[in-house]
Design a protein around this ligand. Structure first.
Ligand SMILES: [Zn+2]
Ligand SMILES: [Zn+2]
Length: 180
């Protein structure tokens, strides 16, 4: 019997998740063998539905293993901000259907997964601090650019001349195009 006060279980490894996925695949094969190629009866329809559920569950486990591998691959000295931004344009990403892309026209940055749900793997380039006394943070160029809206933000070294202006211009243009 588990209780709410118990510490959460340790995070599984990608290998454990893939092992579970393989077990689901084996179970799915057994269920499919039980109803044949063309389900007709109500029972066969239910078995077919159960098989589909297992297929979905297997896909989720595999995707979760991929997520863990990606997070583990982020170097400890990388930016490591809890979510990704465009390395060139900053806060300009959209994620949908398991893909992420930059909304800036002709930007080459896109990912085949939810990059906005992954710690930032970019190298650090700036130390940012605010006037509220928060701990200074080492961040990449994209996150430095995205942080420009924080009141009292300071950069070491300063952002390149024109970077903030062009980012603001870009943002206004995108708002115009998106009708925001
Ligand atoms: Zn971009
Ligand atoms: Zn970053």
């Amino acid at each position: 019997m588990t209780s709410n006060t118990e510490a959460p279980a340790a995070e599984p490894t990608p290998e454990q998740l893939l092992q579970m996925a393989a077990e689901l695949a084996a179970l799915r094969s057994r269920i499919e063998a039980a109803y044949g190629a063309a389900p007709r009866s109500a029972t066969q329809m239910r078995l077919s539905a159960a098989s589909e559920c297992l297929s979905d569950a297997r896909r989720e486990l595999t995707a979760a293993a991929d997520d863990l591998r990606r997070v583990a691959a982020v170097p400890a000295d990388a930016c490591n901000w809890p979510w990704g931004v465009c390395p060139e344009h900053g806060d300009t990403l959209t994620a949908s259907g398991g893909k992420t892309w930059c909304r800036v026209r002709n930007c080459r940055h896109k990912w085949e997964y939810d990059y906005m749900d992954t710690p930032c793997p970019e190298p650090t380039a700036y130390t940012i601090s605010d006037d509220a006394g928060s701990e200074p943070k080492r961040v990449c160029y994209g996150h430095a650019l995205a942080a420009r809206r924080i009141p009292g933000i300071a950069y070491d070294p300063p952002l390149p001349a024109g970077a903030v202006e062009s980012a603001n211009l870009l943002e206004n243009l995108m708002k115009l195009v998106e009708g925001r």
